[in-house]
Design a protein around this ligand. Structure first.
Ligand SMILES: [Zn+2]
Length: 383
């Protein structure tokens, strides 16, 4: 099967982040088995989702993991001109479908190159690692990485995550962490604003503290020019509180995210924020003894990627992709999780992230060709 034929099959499984991916993962597993490669499933606790890994080539240390996710984002509310889960060739050099770009194109190239990988007398192995629930926060990758480390006695050296990067080696990725803060104040008639504690008023103070914190990091020169924007961002994206203009709000909650450049940690920001929250509690409990601010991490932190230009994976990927340029991205991906697992990691895959997550998503055929060249170069390199 060609990459295009496999891609057509892969996009026909409408597996959204959060949903069971067993349909697509079993199709991949069967495909591997037809080529005498054993796919190992890494199921979740409920048994309705699974990641998959496999090894092609000898049981020796070293070699490369090629990784991608099997889930996609929803199409609801988007203005699609074609059926999103059919791969449509409009003869304009582009293949349209949800997931064509992010990121089943890369998986299709891996699978299309499999027969050649199997036939080649590889000196170092190639691993495939396919995850689920990436689109709802890179949830499955840590377990998949752990499973690879546990299952094989030999350790792979590199990991290439095929997120759409126009086949440009991408060495940096921001980390992300999402929080929810709940402020509990005291209800009352709005005329009593000095005798009660408004949860909304206090929440506003906290929101501004977070914005000031971001600006103070920028002011302190904590920037990384590989990224746009070149600093850690803190953003409050959702807020709710109060019931009427004349009622002092008893509760206000807001959700915020921190997207860190690799040299920063969300932990540091969170801890400083907590110190500030405790000081507000101390002050306001003289007015209302049950005043409280509680912040919880509503999503596991996804680490950034901070691969250095002189690491071996960088020159290798440049050589395989025939591309000297290096890039960094501000979106979250699984590459940082693979790096934490002990593999030199990089992002490099077909398609443009600008096409991802939107209506009429496509991957250029020329990008798939580039990725297939990459696979052939990889086989030649490991032979
Ligand atoms: Zn993706």
């Amino acid at each position: 099967m060609t990459a295009e034929e496999i891609l057509s099959k892969l996009v026909s499984f409408p597996v959204l982040g959060g949903e069971s991916n067993l349909s697509i993962i079993h199709w991949i597993k069967d495909y591997l088995e037809k080529h005498n490669v054993e796919g190992v499933l890494v199921p979740n606790e409920e048994g309705n989702k699974a990641s998959l890994h496999c090894r092609i080539g000898p049981a020796v240390s070293g070699g490369i993991i090629l990784s991608g996710h099997t889930d996609v984002v929803p199409v609801e509310g988007q203005d699609w001109n074609t059926e999103p889960f059919d791969l449509i060739d409009k003869s304009d050099g582009k293949l349209y479908a949800r997931g064509s770009c992010d990121m089943k194109g890369f998986a299709a190239c891996c699978l299309a190159a499999l027969p050649d990988m199997v036939k080649a007398d590889l000196k170092k192995p190639i691993y495939f690692a396919f995850s689920y629930d990436e689109e709802i926060g890179c949830l499955a990758a840590p377990e998949l990485v752990q499973a690879i480390n546990d299952y094989y006695d030999e350790k792979p050296q590199f990991a290439i995550i095929g997120e759409p990067s126009m086949m440009i080696p991408t060495v940096g990725q921001k980390g992300i962490c999402i929080f929810e803060t709940v402020v509990t104040g005291s209800e009352g008639h709005s005329s009593r604003i000095k005798q009660e504690v408004s949860a909304i008023h206090e929440a506003m103070r906290l929101v501004l503290w977070l914005e000031d914190k971001m600006n103070s990091l920028i002011g302190a020169g904590r920037i990384d020019d590989r990224f746009t924007p070149n600093h850690t961002s803190i953003h409050i994206g959702k807020i709710a509180g109060g019931i009427a203009p004349n009622v002092i709000a008893q509760e206000c909650k807001f959700n915020w995210d921190v997207r860190t450049i690799p040299s920063e940690t969300p932990q540091e920001i969170f801890e400083e924020f907590e110190v500030y929250c405790r000081s507000r509690e101390k002050e306001l409990r003289s007015v209302f003894p049950d005043f409280a601010i509680k912040t919880s991490n509503i999503h596991p932190a996804v680490p950034g990627l901070n691969t250095q230009a002189d690491q071996e994976i960088v020159s290798l990927t440049q050589q395989l992709a025939n591309e000297q340029k290096l890039d960094a991205v501000s979106y979250a991906a699984e590459a940082g999780q693979f790096a934490e697992g002990g593999f030199e990691a990089i992002i490099c895959g077909p398609g443009d992230i600008a096409q991802a997550h939107r209506a009429n998503e496509f991957v250029a055929k020329e990008q798939l060709d580039k990725c297939m060249n990459f696979m052939q170069n990889l086989i030649a390199h490991l032979r």
